[in-house]
Design a protein around this ligand. Sequence first.
Ligand code: NAD
Length: 497
Amino acid sequence: MREIGHFIDGASQPGTSGRTGDVYDPSTGQVQARVTLGTAAELDQAVQVAVRAQAAWAQVNPQRRARVMFAFKQILEREMEPLARLLSSEHGKTIADAKGDIQRGLEVIEFACGIPHLQKGEFTEGAGPGIDMYSIRQPLGVVAGITPFNFPAMIPMWMCGVAIACGNAFICKPSEKDPSVPMRLGELFQEAGLPEGIYQVVNGDKVVVDAILEHPDIKAVSFVGSSAVAEYIYAKGATYGKRVQAMGGAKNHAIILPDADLDQVTNDLIGAGYGSAGERCMAISVAVPVTDKVADALVERLKPRVEALRVGPPTDSDVDYGPLVTREHRANVLRWIEQGVAEGAELVVDGRAVSFQGWEGGFYLGGSLFDRVTPDMDSYRTEIFGPVLQIARARDAEEALALPSRHQYGNGTAIYTRDGGAARAYASRVEVGMVGINVPIPVPLAYHSFGGWKRSAFGDTNQHGMEGVRFFTRVKTITARWPEGAGNAEFVIPTMK
Ligand code: NAD
């Protein structure tokens, strides 16, 4: 059995706790590896290494730090195929989708190559007589990232790309469900010339998470995962005086106005609702057709497409999506389908029974489609995170807008229409952090920033882009005078009249 330890001080090392977690091959349901669940002492060991390494890394000029990022980007491109296979084998997403996961992380590395420009400060010459004033952005020191299972390449790179380029040392605590890609990134960073101790991985569960939150030498924590854990991280991190950004769950609505192109909508909903088995925080999980006429026409188009979804092993290039990540998660999604039925929603397509010869043990689930879902249902209020699309009908655009705006989550949303004014008004008014106009999954590119509203994000800076640079640096402002002669003592607060 393959054992996955930690990546500390430039090398893999076995865990010492004796506790392990099972890493599955979701396509067969077999355990393929065991990951160590670390201790506070192992986390502390990584932090001590990071503190020493960071002091030197912060002195490396920004152009040289950028060169490491350039080299890392090229290595990732070279390693795309084996990395995608490794990722897919633990997560269950298709190889093509796994490449997308890596590519979106790689784009943050590309963004980080611009760090000499991005981290530049501001300078005012002559702020007063003989006085210059300038602001600089300095790294925080040692920072940590705690990441979810669903994007094991992209999300660690959202964080480490920017954090490391800014001059910090980064410790990753990956999901225990698919930790191998973050581990492999450590080896690839070494090859790119990153000094030992600047990127490390400490595997584990709540024990390591709490050790991160409590450690006095970790200055900031970036988290992505479910909202309950995000809220915990935010509150506890703040108690220990840390800077925290904590992204949470989602329930993303697509509003379909009567003038929308229903063929485009159908294609987009199939991809955004069922791609990656719905295990995306930007998946569309609720479609909101405006008027019953639009709803009926949409259901008529969606039903045969959902029934025809090809589910199967992620290595098969013909499948639309692969298995869910674990047996427990699959059981959880099944429970929410049953709940939807019990609450009176109409199950138009039932994806619960699916199994293939030779793959009976895999965590597969067919696509399900619900109609007539209403805001009072628990299955609507909750994030299901599976291949389940719910249709909530609205009488008019105002009623449609109220649904995502009043929902506890506010990650992403989309509106489909040919009416520019209606789209603009929706984008302006909706209480959601990321909006697509005729675009189903409006994930901002690396040079913009990713983040939702309400219970989808705690803390106030988004991931990557300039928000990421701000999160991983702190500003120092220096006022300098080089007088030609001695001045007089000043007893009033200095002003620059
Ligand atoms: P999760 O919250 O179960 O786990 C995330 C991380 O927190 C993991 O590293 C895990 O080990 C750790 N963790 C889990 N329980 C913990 C606890 N009780 N105390 C301390 N740490 C704990 O999330 P997941 O199932 O891995 O990922 C799916 C969730 O992530 C979904 O809710 C999805 O919407 C969300 N997500 C959000 C975004 C976003 O940017 N908003 C992006 C991707 C995923």
